[in-house]
Design a protein around this ligand. Structure first.
Ligand code: SF4
Ligand code: SF4
Length: 363
């Protein structure tokens, strides 16, 4: 398999015209042509209902830049995603100012992914997604443009192009997926299985790393970090590898990368138009005792989700999203750690950053 091309360009502001110029140059470098007058699904990251300045969701300027080029190309555009809170996508599209693009651009559709009828995708070789129901829009459009946001992730270290597709699983299906594949390695395998289903329709992946989110991401626990670039590739795995390079992260720590290469979904070899100087970007580190103890005693150390009483608004979102149903609302949330699968969905979706992750032994 040959090297995959990735186009990287410095970009320090959400300037729609400047981003459009980057896309045009990138498509030429990558030798990708967007077919005229076809239907295109734009898949941003709309994790939760937050404004663009929190940098939890793909910035609307990045989506607008791509959408304006598509409109000039005569394409029909649908923007869709399914957020982390079942039933919350409409609100998330509003708050992230992605829904407002419809008013600004006119003839486009912005819709929660879960409002589309679904169809079954199956692959008997898969360990987790032997059969999965995904929205028909993934099939109905002629191509998909994946628009991830660069963020740290408590479970799989990094959310970039491959991880962004998890939002194609509608509503509560995401919680079921976490129960099926609870460990970081298992969840990464499930993500790669999902990527394999969607990959044939993906024309291009473009990452918003103008401002990323590091630290305890990918939700309100994260910290905006002005990474300062936009990256594009037809190969989502290659784009993830290039992102690792741009933030000084060893790609072997991102399990989806090697799993996708082993599955033949990418060569894992990349060619870029330029090298970016790596910026400091904090992702969850392996635990300090991992090398000599953790390997032998699985589950010895964990980051335990715990409520921060003075920040908690008792909204109950954590209990609603918990796949293991181990959070009970008794005024404030109460955790039953014996049932917890440590997926960190509660931490990721708490709207008020009221959940901390405490390193614990023998949980
Ligand atoms: S911890 Fe967060 S999500 Fe849970 S009830 Fe409190 S504010 Fe809501
Ligand atoms: S309590 Fe939090 S980390 Fe544990 S299973 Fe529920 S959502 Fe996941």
């Amino acid at each position: 398999m040959s090297k995959s091309k990735v186009y990287l360009e410095n970009c320090h502001a959400y300037d729609v015209e400047a981003i459009q110029r980057i896309i045009v140059d990138a498509l030429e470098y990558l030798d990708v042509r967007i077919p005229r007058e076809t239907s295109v699904l734009l898949k941003p990251n709309v994790l939760s209902p937050h404004p663009p300045e929190r940098h939890i969701t793909t910035h609307p300027a990045v989506i607008e830049a791509m959408a304006r080029l598509l409109l000039d190309n005569g394409n029909d555009i649908v923007i869709a995603d399914s957020c982390g809170q079942p039933g919350g996508t409409e609100n998330a599209l509003e708050k992230s100012q992605i829904a407002a693009l419809k008013t600004r651009l006119g003839n486009i559709t912005v819709r929660p992914m879960e409002e589309y009828r679904s169809r079954a995708y199956s692959n008997p070789r898969n360990r987790f997604l032997r059969e999965v129901h995904l929205p028909r829009i993934l099939d109905d459009v002629e191509c998909i443009i994946n628009l991830p946001k660069l963020k740290s992730h408590m479970l799989v270290k990094l959310t970039a192009a491959v991880k962004n597709l998890f939002g194609c699983i509608p509503g509560g299906g995401k919680q079921q997926a976490h129960v099926m594949a609870p460990s970081a390695e298992e969840f990464a395998e499930l993500l790669v299985e999902l990527y394999e289903f969607i990959r044939p329709k993906i024309l291009i992946n473009m990452i918003d790393a103008v401002v990323g989110l590091d630290g305890f991401g990918p939700g309100t626990g994260g910290r905006p970090n002005p990474v300062g670039f936009i990256g594009l590739s037809a190969d989502a795995v290659a784009l993830d590898i290039a992102c690792c390079g741009a933030i000084g992260l060893d790609p072997s720590l991102v399990h989806t990368i090697q799993l996708a290469v082993d599955r033949g979904l990418s060569s894992g070899q990349i060619e870029t138009n330029k090298d970016l100087r790596p910026v400091r970007f904090r992702v969850p580190k392996p635990f300090p005792f991992r090398t000599f103890l953790f390997k032998h005693v699985s589950g010895l150390q964990r980051r335990k989700p715990m409520g921060i009483t003075k920040k908690c608004k008792k909204c109950g979102v954590c209990a609603k999203v918990c796949p293991a149903k181990c959070i009970a609302m008794d005024g404030y949330p109460q955790w039953d750690y014996s049932e917890c699968i440590y997926c960190y969905c509660c931490h990721e979706t708490c709207p008020h950053a009221a959940i901390r992750l405490k390193i614990s032994l023998f949980v």
